[in-house]
Design a binder for this molecule. Structure first.
Ligand SMILES: NC(=O)C1=CN([C@@H]2O[C@H](COP(=O)(O)OP(=O)(O)OC[C@H]3O[C@@H](n4cnc5c(N)ncnc54)[C@H](O)[C@@H]3O)[C@@H](O)[C@H]2O)[C@@H](O)CC1
Ligand SMILES: Nc1ncnc2c1ncn2[C@@H]1O[C@H](COP(=O)(O)OP(=O)(O)O)[C@@H](O)[C@H]1O
Ligand SMILES: [K+]
Length: 530
């Protein structure tokens, strides 16, 4: 499902009218009808007698709200429209809908000064539902003054809120807020999700996200060459091919995991088992020799190799020829989990990577090694996936974690194109950016996954999917979705607090089964319908 900026959406709206002759008031009517349908479902099919407050701004978002007011009023709901503008300030489609609504006897209450807030506050006490139609994609900056007061009043009323297109006060392009913002119970957004609805904190402020069709021609949307998509179960299902009955494990690839150091064996075990749980045919884990037995004891199905090490149990430069020899039999390399940032290991990584001929997943301390010398990133021809969390990303591009988090999409897409790699920028709403300029936003996952080792599992899952022949960017996106969905499944079953990385391994098979079950249900923002 494509995700758009406010400008892209406005251009699509404009072209719908200009090039496809769809009158804008028809789009507005469809938008208002879809919101009305959603509200009717919310009330179990009947709106008669329900007390609904509609807060309308002066633009087209407010226009949508007036369409909703008209239909609810017509169906016997008790509707009050609080208009944050003077009627004479409304123009065009919103003005038309205001006049129709008033002609039908609909009630309008202006909110133009502080004293008007009183009536709104009292009405909120008795309301069954609030409709937020103050701002949509035309919003800029921060809601100050009276508007900000109204948004806070609505949020503090403790009533269910449905946001029209976007929660008012949200930046449609970044998902950031710079002032008061509606915290919606659910959001009905038109045609395509806006970026701000699928990036935090916007994704949380939007509540449950419903994307509705308002009659924008599909051919118009497809002609726009949009580059950003929200991962959905439907897309994931398309990437997973059923297994040929005559398959053998060689068909599903061989992953080599290189990592580990004294005290950090578990990371390698999690990555190796993650690759197996993702369906790889064979997995070999290569660790400093003194750790090999421990690892073998922890991972029955994983083949293990001991490598030359330094005192203290970190890989030495002598490990290089052994790794290159192992790679001759492998489909994909995953390097980094538990490696340590020892300078010997750093130089091993920097010497090894340019010689790797197969796809490679670079995580954790291997990323930290690249932060010491970006030559490989800048120059080497490679098929690589980098899986940094925001801190590792900040080190790689020599900035701060806060700056990475302020523009996750921009940071990931620029890095992917500069380095010609796939970048998986982890965190809430992981971004997957490919060298081609395409990018995905992953809606699955939860804070329960902010626990040691969950990134190691992701490394393994991505490598396991590459081993089975998926294109590198597809394996990275699919892996992120499935990994997060396993986390969601685990959190639903046993809560977030007690979730540990090993739990993800147990839930991965159930996520694959759900996807294979082909139950056609697209669930936005909350991952798989588990
Ligand atoms: N054909 C179309 O263009 C359609 C547009 N639709 C609706 O139209 C919305 C976009 O409408 P508009 O572009 O008119 O703008 P909005 O209705 O989102 O915003 C209303 C007005 O608020 C003002 N404003 C912006 N930032 C402000 C701030 N910080 N403080 C105070 N005032 C501020 C602006 O002057 C803006 O015109 C969409 O979100 C959607 O709800 C839908 O009806 C679908 C059809
Ligand atoms: N708040 C969150 N919401 C969703 N996913 C999260 C959240 N916090 C962490 N995660 C996921 O958990 C994993 C954490 O990875 P990482 O930070 O590398 O952990 P580690 O390095 O301990 O393995 C990533 O896949 C990340 O997307
Ligand atoms: K709104």
């Amino acid at each position: 499902m494509y995700v758009v900026t406010a400008a892209e959406m406005a251009e699509i709206d404009r072209m719908a009218s200009r090039d496809y002759f769809v009158p804008s008031i028809v789009l507005m009517e469809n938008a208002g009808l879809r919101v009305t349908e959603s509200i009717r479902r919310y009330f179990g099919g009947r709106v008669a007698g329900k007390r609904v407050l509609i807060f309308a701004g002066k633009g087209n978002n407010g226009g949508d709200g007036l369409v909703v007011a008209r239909h609810l009023h017509n169906e016997g709901a008790e509707v009050k429209v609080f208009l944050l503008a003077r009627p004479e300030d409304l123009r065009g489609d919103p003005r038309t809908n205001l006049e129709i609504y008033q002609k039908m006897g609909g009630k309008i209450f202006p909110i133009l000064e502080q004293s008007h807030l009183q009536r709104a506050d009292i009405s909120l006490l008795y309301a069954d539902l609030v409709v937020d139609a103050i701002f949509g994609t035309g919003f800029k900056g921060a809601a100050l003054g009276l508007t900000g007061e109204v948004i806070k009043l609505i949020n503090n009323a403790g009533k269910p809120i449905v946001a029209v297109d976007l929660p008012s006060g949200l930046d449609a392009d970044t998902g950031q807020v710079h002032g008061p913002c509606i915290k919606a119970t659910w959001t009905v957004t038109f045609a395509l999700p806006k970026r701000g609805l699928v990036l935090e904190p916007g994704a949380t402020l939007a509540g449950e996200l419903e994307v509705v069709d308002i009659g924008i021609p599909r051919r118009l949307i497809e002609s726009r060459n949009l580059r950003l998509r929200l991962l959905t179960p439907a897309w994931c299902r398309e990437q997973l091919k059923p297994r040929d009955p005559s398959s053998h494990k060689g068909n599903f690839g061989h992953v080599l995991v290189v990592g580990g150091s004294q005290g950090m064996v578990g990371a390698v075990a999690l990555a190796a088992l993650g690759a197996l749980r993702a369906g790889a045919g064979l997995v070999t884990a290569a660790v400093p020799r003194s750790l090999q037995d421990v690892l073998a004891a922890k991972t029955t199905e994983v083949m293990t190799r001991g490598l030359p090490e330094m005192p203290g149990g970190v890989l030495s430069r002598e490990a290089l020829p052994y790794i290159l020899e192992l790679l001759e039999k492998c489909t994909v390399l995953a390097i980094g989990p538990g490696l340590s940032r020892d300078k010997t290991t750093v130089s091993l990584v920097l010497e090894l990577l340019p010689q790797v001929r197969c796809p490679v997943v670079i995580d954790a301390d291997a990323l930290n090694a690249l932060a010491e010398d970006r030559k490989y990133l800048r120059e080497a021809e490679k098929e690589a996936v980098l899986t940094p969390h925001p801190g590792e990303m900040a080190r790689l591009i020599e900035t701060t974690t806060a700056q990475v988090q302020a523009d996750r999409l921009g940071v990931a897409t620029r890095a992917a194109q500069d380095w010609r790699v796939t970048v998986v920028l982890k965190g809430a709403r992981t971004i997957i950016a490919s060298p081609s300029g395409e990018a995905f936003i992953n809606p699955t996952g939860n804070p329960g996954m902010a626990t040691a080792g969950s990134g190691d599992v992701l490394t393994g899952v991505v490598a396991g999917l590459i081993a089975q022949g998926l294109p590198v960017p597809v394996a990275a996106a699919l892996g992120a979705y499935i990994h997060g969905a396993a986390g969601d499944y685990a959190a639903r079953t046993q809560g977030q607090q007690g979730l540990v990385a090993g739990d993800l391994l147990n839930y991965l098979p159930r996520v694959f089964r759900k996807l294979e079950a082909r139950t056609e249900k697209t669930c936005l923002g909350k991952g798989l319908p588990l």
